[in-house]
Write a protein that binds this ligand. Sequence first.
Ligand code: NAD
Ligand code: TYD
Length: 426
Amino acid sequence: MVGYIDIPAVLEETSTAGETEADNPSRDSPARLTESMIQARRKRPLDRGVCAQKQWITFTLNLHSNTQRTSMILVTGGAGFIGGNFVLDWCFGSDEPVVNLDKLTYAGNLETLASIADNQKHIFVQGDIGDRSLVACLLADHRPRAVINFAAESHVDRSIHGPGDFIKTNIEGTYNLLESVRGYWSNLNDIEKHSFRFLHVSTDEVYGSLSSTDPAFTETNRYEPNSPYSASKAASDHLVRAWHHTYGLPVLTTNCSNNYGPYHFPEKLIPLMIVNALAGKSLPVYGDGMQVRDWLYVKDHCSAIRCVLRAGRLGETYNIGGWNEKPNIEIVRTVCTLLDEFRPKADGTSYAAQIIYVTDRLGHDRRYAIDARKMERELGWKPAETFTTGIRKTVQWYLDNPKWVANVQSGAYRDWMQKQYAGATP
Ligand code: NAD
Ligand code: TYD
């Protein structure tokens, strides 16, 4: 179920919560809710949630109000690309409820979660990981056995244009979340304390850039972040580590390579190339296009996180990757070839004709590569998809879901695209 806030229908139903419009300054963002989702919410009988305070309201069903508490997890950033895929997989693959806390920044999209809008095991709460009173209340109310932190500002180019939000969410937000979780965890009984986990989702970009001959990143590589994004993620990883070392908080950290797959916001390379190609726009490749990334299908990242959550050793970090190192230009050409096959252009030309080379990203890291052997050795995890299978599924997904794409494109995304790619035409 989705415990939406910020929509008039919800506020009507919660008049007993005693909240006025002035109490809820964040109410004015209903645009991301589809009409069917709102209707579904209106029809549903609700129990009033415990966490009904100023600025936010959440609804819960009687999932755990009786003597026998149901175990559950709390996910942050679960309306984004990876968090959204994780929540969907969780809801379809497990009976355990999930509370999903997401601020709904430009990257948060409730349409990604449309297929679980009526799923009573899913409780969505709009809010900031840095809002300690909200998080403390959610933890006290739902008593999760684990918190999985996906919430972040995640786009390198945006971090170059404006690092402030990255410092605020990725560093300050993680700090505040850790403190909220520490407060909750320290009051658990010994059994709950022992089994509790805080899993922090991070990136391979914290390790910096490799030359073409360097070995892939292992968990012992030095942190050498080069962009405001990777520096802010590196800082958050250090905070997580310190909260374990100093306070004993049971943490796990994952450092993953570039993800791709369904519901990927089309500001990142692969979805951008797909939607631009279909729209007849240019396909902007930075610099010489020979920067190398290691690509992992998002569902494989989600399965890896479930493995680490289940069996990861406390305080350890795990590198997650797809063993799929590819230069950017090869990725773009592969997308074009698949589109030529699935949706050939009427004039018989290839989408590859739309490729243009544009000014390189500032401080652009040359190569990332993940050595994921620890995941395999300790947890028996290996990716299920090769790049060949994963990219076919991904391109097909974008062709099959034009409405999701169109709705994303009608938002703030459009302003961003103009700012970043002004003047870039094929
Ligand atoms: P995303 O940008 O698609 O989604 C981020 C989500 O977090 C959004 O739903 C957004 O609304 C939410 N959010 C942002 N600030 C918030 C805040 N202060 N409080 C609550 N919610 C907030 O990102 P993604 O690609 O899904 O990445 C998820 C995580 O995985 C990030 O931590 C990222 O660093 C990491 N990661 C991403 C990749 C990748 O290739 N995308 C690779 C490795 C690691
Ligand atoms: P991106 O998807 O932004 O992920 P990250 O920067 O986290 O690796 O970019 C992947 C690669 O693609 C990166 O080397 C930058 C490059 N790129 C382009 O060449 N053109 C583009 O329009 C974008 C968005 C990225």
